[in-house]
Design a protein around this ligand. Structure first.
Ligand code: IVH
Length: 787
């Protein structure tokens, strides 16, 4: 062997060993950076010596050529399914039939009977897959298909990180077919859906669908980009001997590098099995992946063979399912609710049905696009799903059960509460220098605060704890105040008299005085709280804080042009337009003026403009914000470099511009500024940036002065808080949120089920917070609540 071939082989061995420790043993052995270094060295050597590339090299997971269609694979040993147990009694019946099948003394009158050993495994909710190894090399991957014939998905399974391309150790049979489930962990699913939503791709209803959609891709590069995992639970065709029990066999496969469940346990007798079922059931929500039950298998393989099969299911195994989380019921009607910002949303009224132990009579339909996607009609039989505490959802329609008199769902033309017009929202998008407006999925009642529904919600929001924090004003009281026309805007709260309050239901002298005092005490809010309390569509607490921190005065926030707002962190063009039009609205202006005038509110404004804002403007960047058709950021940068100031650009001749830009773009710039109002708009933006203290010529630099600036955080394991929310909060404080732990990581937030990242953090001595500690860190140090 040449030196290069030797080095390549040594690198592969080392990388395989690290992969094994990482994915199978869950005990990472080297920092990511070291792994990456070895990987890049191997990639470079293989690029120089393509003749030395082998299919089992760790570099060969990226996904090969796309296929036109999947080939067929016949399963030598059929891929079976499992019988189900739903109740304890079903499990006892299964155990009795096992005992009698094995000729053991079954349970007698005294409750005795032998105790059969069962292997216990979680029932992963994914897709069954077969992986064929010949002489230790992965040669084929296949779906289950109908059990006898599946599809050849070899190129796709090769991209799954924890599927070994080559077996470890020694002694494996020449032919070894392992079987297991390919699934998508919950966190990966959330991230994938967020990514898909951002890029306008298809989002998936649940991790199972996402796993199925990702595995059945003709282009393996797509599969490679999806966070899939494999977990082995059995074998098919095997050319030699394997250990004689299910548990020992899986342990042996693990030693050869095949990932198996960390929850694998041995139970003696049915009581042990039930304890396992209850234990996993309790931990189900905090597992990193979805399961729909557990699987019990007679542990002794000879006993399995003796028990044999019934049609498509074995006599020696059973799936003990968790109570159904999906049920069928009838859609009685669709009603429309009006939210705080006027969004008119469809709500399904259902014939009540018990789903996983809870009666469900209403379910969300999200918006009219969702109604169209589901193709749902009133009268339909629908599938309802309830997951944990989440609001029940309509998952699908059963078309065969549609009655003849089913009625379509229409968005009302008038608001069901105030009768104002209902309009479809518009989406403003920008790409390649072009701004385009398209129809949004949300409909809004245009009545704003003249709509009682919006008014009530707006006031409930205004007084809420994280907004103006007026204690003692419950939802019911607010409804009464609005219904009795005592208030018609948040400003009216500050004009309420003792007599008016004591006249309300549930108020006496002490409570009335208390409420008046709470209203009085709310008159000095911080700027951020006040902006949040206004209830501007799409402006949550975080955005309110960004506005307050960056612009530091309400006057500036009120005047800010949309283009200027987009300079702020995390404010896109759409939100910027929402903010701008909120403050342009005459009624809103009146209410704000009243709050600051007659009502006597005094905002605790932040004073100085923050460095974060004033450091980010460049002429090129500003020209880019103008969205000159066919002129992108590269071109505006060149213009800025050539002309140096806005006035010079505005006065520039296109021939002059052609010195730096192609003719077509030079003409486009000239035409744009000759167009109505555009030069003026540009001047107004520039002027406002200057008024707001922008350090004009400075280049964009890192955000300094934020509390977590320069820190890298990692989130891992199952967290009850939505990861995107946690990430946003950390980023808002200036931190970076990374996907893997390295020596540079500042802190790891680890939920239950955290594996290798947590291990690595402890190895490197990095600070680890559990979710409760993380929440109190954000709350106590930075006044941030996660929910
Ligand atoms: S054993 C003959 N074990 O459940 C035994 N299946 O309902 C056949 N599954 O097609 C399968 N976790 O996709 C087995 N630990 C586990 C499993 C499991 C999930 C799936 C598998 C199978 C289906 C049967």
């Amino acid at each position: 062997m040449t030196d290069v071939a030797q080095r390549i082989s040594a690198l592969r061995q080392e990388l395989d060993a690290h992969n094994y420790r990482y994915y199978v043993l869950d005990e990472p052995s080297v920092p990511d950076a070291e792994y990456d270094r070895l990987f890049r060295e191997l990639q470079a050597l293989e690029a120089e010596h393509p003749e030395l590339v082998t299919p089992d090299s760790p570099t060969q997971r990226v996904g090969g050529e796309a296929l036109g269609a999947f080939g067929e694979v016949r399963h030598e040993v059929p891929m079976l399914s499992l019988g189900n147990a739903f109740e304890e009694d079903d499990l006892h019946a299964f155990d009795r039939s096992v005992q009698s099948g094995l000729g053991l003394a079954g349970g007698d009158l005294f409750g005795g009977g032998a105790e059969v050993e069962y292997s216990c495994e979680p029932k992963l909710d994914g897709l069954a897959v077969s992986l064929l190894y010949e002489n230790g090399q992965l040669v084929r991957g296949a779906t289950r298909g109908d059990g006898s014939t599946g599809e050849d998905i070899s190129s796709n399974v090769r991209t799954i990180r924890n599927v070994p391309l080559k077996l470890q150790g020694e002694g494996w049979p020449q032919v070894l077919e392992v079987r297991g489930e390919v699934f998508m962990p919950k966190a990966g699913f959330e991230e994938l859906n967020a990514r898909q939503a951002e890029t306008g791709g298809k989002t998936f209803a649940n991790p199972r669908n996402a796993a199925a959609g990702s595995l059945r891709q003709l282009d393996p590069k797509i599969t490679a980009s999806r966070p899939l995992e494999f977990c082995c639970y059995g074998v098919g065709q095997v050319s030699g001997e394997l250990p004689g029990t299910q548990v020992a066999m899986l342990q042996q496969l693990k030693a050869w590098g095949i990932p198996i469940s960390r929850e694998l346990k041995l139970a003696r007798g049915v009581q042990d099995c039930l304890a396992y079922y209850r234990d996993i059931g309790e931990r189900r929500m905090s597992l990193a992946y979805d399961i729909d039950g557990v699987v019990f298998k007679v542990n002794n393989i000879e006993d399995q063979q003796q028990l044999g099969f019934r049609a498509r299911t074995p006599h020696w195994a059973i799936a003990h399912k968790f109570p159904a989380q999906e049920e069928l019921t009838e859609l009685l009607d669709v009603e429309f609710q009006v939210g705080r910002t006027g969004a008119v949303t469809p709500v399904a009224r259902l014939k009540p049905v018990k789903v996983a132990g809870v009666m469900v009579a209403n379910a969300t339909l999200h918006n009219m696009d969702e109604v169209a996607r589901l193709g749902v009609m009133i009268g339909d039989t629908v599938i309802i799903r309830r997951a944990g505490d989440v609001i029940p959802q309509v998952m699908a329609v059963v078309p065969e059960r549609r009655p003849d008199d089913a009625r379509p769902v229409h968005i009302p033309e008038q608001c069901p509460v105030c009768g104002s017009a209902v309009e479809r929202t518009q989406l403003i998008k920008r790409s390649k220098g072009k701004e385009s407006v398209s129809e949004g999925s949300v409909y809004r009642c245009v009545g704003r605060l003249s709509c009682q529904a919006q008014l009530k919600q707006a006031i409930i929001h205004f007084v809420s704890r994280r907004a103006m924090d007026i204690d003692g004003l419950g939802d019911k009281t607010i409804e009464q105040l609005v219904d009795e026309k005592l208030i018609a805007s948040p400003a009216d709260l500050y004009q309420l008299t003792f007599e008016q309050i004591i006249g309300l239901e549930g108020f006496a002298e002490v409570s009335s005085n208390k409420l008046l005092a709470a209203i009085e005490a709310s008159k000095r809010p911080t700027l951020a709280r006040f902006i949040y309390a206004l209830g501007i569509p799409d402006v949550g607490e975080e955005t309110a804080k960004v506005l307050a921190r960056s612009l530091a005065s309400l006057a500036r926030v009120r005047q800010a042009l949309p283009e200027v707002l987009t300079y702020l962190p995390d404010i896109g063009l759409e939100v910027a337009h929402e903010i701008h039009s909120f403050f342009e609205d005459a009624h809103n202006q009146q209410v704000i003026d009243a709050l600051l005038g007659a009502c006597g509110l005094q905002l605790q404004e932040e004073g100085e403009l923050s460095a974060e804002f004033s450091a980010v403007a460049t002429l090129g960047g500003m020209l880019d914000k103008l969205n000159i058709p066919s002129v992108g950021p590269g071109a505006t940068q060149k213009l800025a470099e050539r002309f140096g100031s806005l006035e010079a650009v505005l006065g520039g001749d296109w021939l002059d511009m052609r010195q730096t830009l192609p003719e077509r773009q030079a003409k486009a710039v000239r035409e744009f500024f000759d167009g109505e109002g555009n030069a003026q708009r540009a001047r107004a933006i520039e002027q406002q940036l200057r008024d707001f203290g922008m350090h004009w010529e400075s280049e964009k630099k890192v955000v300094e002065g934020l509390p977590l600036a320069g820190q890298t955080w990692v989130l891992t394991g199952a967290l009850t808080v939505n990861r995107d929310v946690a990430k946003d909060k950390l980023e808002g404080l200036g931190a970076k949120v990374a996907g893997s732990v390295s020596a540079k990581t500042h802190c790891v937030v680890a939920g239950p089920g955290a594996g290798s990242k947590l291990a690595k953090a402890s190895e490197l001595g990095i600070q680890v917070l559990d979710e409760a500690q993380f929440r109190s860190f954000l709350r106590d140090k930075h006044q941030i609540e996660l929910d």
